[in-house]
Design a protein. Sequence first.
Length: 371
Amino acid sequence: MSTIWHKNDTGDKGHFFSFSREEKSVILYLRNFEKFESINLINELFKLEYLAGKNIESTNWKNDRFWLHVADRSKTASALCLVTSLTAKEGLRPSLCHDSVNRYDWREYLRETEDFDFMSSPVRDVTKKILSGFSSNEIKNLYTKASKAYAWVHENISYSLLPRATVENIKRVIASFPEGKRDPYTILKLSFPLLPSERIRETSVGIKFPSDRKDPLEQARYLTGKLKPFRHLFFYTWEGRKTRSAGKIIMDGMGKCDCISNVFVALCRSMGIPAMTVIGYMKDEGHHAWAAIYIPPYGWLEVDPTNERFLSQFDNDQYLYEFLRKEFKGEKYLLPLKTPINEEKLNACKRFYEYSQEHPFSSKLLFELER
C-alpha cells in the first residue's frame, strides 16, 4: 500500500512517499501549512492534478515544482491533489518492445552530461562490446539493449561506499600494520584524520576482520562495507568534478549507488535509450539512487542496478520519493485508491472536502470512492 514517511534523524529531514505496485492513483491531502508550499515529483514518473484548496490564492508550476500560495497568511491552508503513477508495473512483454523513440521529445534524457559521459573512451568501449553480440533483430529492441547493459554493470561494477582512491588509501594503511595488529579504530583514524575521534570510535565499534581475510585490499573493502550505517560521515569523499562520472566508475570498477546508476544510464543513452538517475530513499537502506528508462510501448520503467532489480523485479513498496520541501511543517495524508478513479468520484471527493468539516479521508468519503 502507498505510504507516507518522514525522516528526521542525523539532522537530515525529508518527506517521502512510496507508490505500491498494485495502485495507480492516490489522493494527497496537505493541511495546516503557511505562506506557501510546493510539491516536487518527477514529471516523467508521476502526474499531479490539483483538485481543490482552502485559503489558496493561486497555484503555478515553476522549476518542476507545483507551488501553492496561501491567500490569508495569518491563517493556515490546505489542499487536495490527485497523484497518478505513470510507470508500467505489470504485463511487460519483452518481445513487444521496440526502438521507435521520439528523440526530440526525450532529448533531455539522451544527451551527454558530466555524469553520463557516454562519449568517453571507457563508456564507448563497453557500448561497442555490448552491441557486438546483437543480432539484427535484437539491436532494434530497446528492452534487449537495456538488459545487456544491466547485465554488464552487474558483472563488472561492485558496490563501494567510498571511491576507489580512498579504498586504496585504507589498504595502504592496513598494510603498514602486521597481521594480528590491524585495529579498525586505528586504521580509520589514520585514514580519516579530519573526522572527530568519537565518531570514528562509534563507527568502529564491533568491527572485526574475518580470519579468512588476510589481504589488505580485501580487508579494506570489508571495512568499507561496515561503514554503510554511517554513510553520511563520508559523503565528502566524493567531492570534486567527475568523481561520479560513468567513465571513471567503469575504470575504477566500483562505486556507490548513484555511481552504479550513472554507468547504467550512460550505457543506455549511448544505445539510444532515454534514461535518468532517480534520487530517493530505500526502506531499511537509507538515501538511495536508482534508474528509470523509457521503453516503447510501455513508457518509463524503473531499474535498480545496485540491488539487482531489473524491471519486473523492481519492488515499488521499498522505494520512496521525496515530494515536499524539507521545511514543510504541516500535516500530510495519502488515500490509496483501490478502484479506478473517474470524474464522478473525483467530484464527490472535492465536494466532500469543500463542504464538510470532517477530515477528507473519513469513512463517508471512503464509502463514496470505493463503491
